[in-house]
Write a protein that binds this ligand. Sequence first.
Ligand code: PLP
Length: 412
Amino acid sequence: MSEISTSPITIEQVRADFPILSREVNGRSLVYFDNAATSQKPRYVLNAIEDYYKKINANVHRGVHHLSQRATDEYEEAREAVKRFINAKSIKEINFTKGTTESINLVAHSFGRKFIGKGDEIIISTLEHHSNIVPWQILCEEVGATLKIIPVNEKGEIDIDAYENLLSEKTKLVSIVYISNSLGTINPVNAIIEKAHEVGAKVLLDGAQAIPHQAVNVQALDCDFLAFSSHKMCGPTGMGILYGKENILEEMLPYQAGGEMIKEVTFEKTTYNALPFKFEAGTPNIAGGIALMAAIEYLEKVGWEFIENQEQMLLDYATQQLSNIEGLRIVGTAENKASVVSFLLGDHHPYDVGVILDQLGIAVRTGHHCCQPLMKRLGIEGTCRASFTFYNTKEEIDALVKGVERANRMLS
Ligand code: PLP
């Protein structure tokens, strides 16, 4: 495990923890601004993966031998770490999945098919990622429910009055993104949850972009479900989390069937395992869980104060500097915004801008960011998106600004 310094952390120390940040791309120092797609991994996390395979590798929950017990202990410790990280009441509320997408699909399958029926309504917003749209469309088609959409204004903020008007006793679930991946809008989730509960609806928060940037406390929020991905919070890919309130999870149908999720199997009748194993069929992503725990420990040591200050500084600086570029328009100007800047440069195609930036070693995302309905609402096909995190620097933003100016000259 790489050492993480405990007292005042500097940006230089943080950057030194991420081996990839010192590499070059196209002969230039890498500037990685695609953090909303996936974050980079600190050495501490990389070492956790290597250590697991070198020293522990065994299957979990079923062996009496030393390695299996070690693997089980560490994997279950990871569940404890997630519980602590989001302040859940019990480890029974922490279900491991392979990512936000699977977590949302699990709720659509196991909650939706039991508790949502003909004539019922599900509310989502225009800001959603495809993974928080399509599972509900499929469910609605199957059970005869209706999907209602909260509109957004030009700034990319949801219309809270329209939301209240959509709510009724027919609403069974509100599934909403906490922070928009494409525009950075931070949704007023406290109010959204409170209003939904007033009509008896449950709330799923898509926390994919919120979890890496701020403390999320599920008990304080009182959300019924929270979905997020390890790979966006310095952990490995293929690992995700579904938090659910215990009493709701208890009532839900199993998701996938097989080993681990059963208590007893006979050809006549099978009984299911207790939470959280009820939703975890088959051999899990053991290394993924252990490395996720390392990612949590790493983020906890860096601390929210450092993370939030650094990201706010980057957002303010980037917004100001990019706005000075002739012909550049920032898309998504919500009052309450996370460290994402989506922009358009004159009439130039975002892809062309992205390719020029890539030649300069600068990684941004271009396109619809898995939010096609939102792009349609905004009357555009896509944007260039620079998404910052706590290991990015002002100097990197200067490089981006120079790169965008260069793209402007080359494409004009
Ligand atoms: N929701 C949001 C807001 C996202 O940004 C993403 C990924 O970009 C997802 C859901 C899907 O996450 P994953 O691909 O890790 O399942």
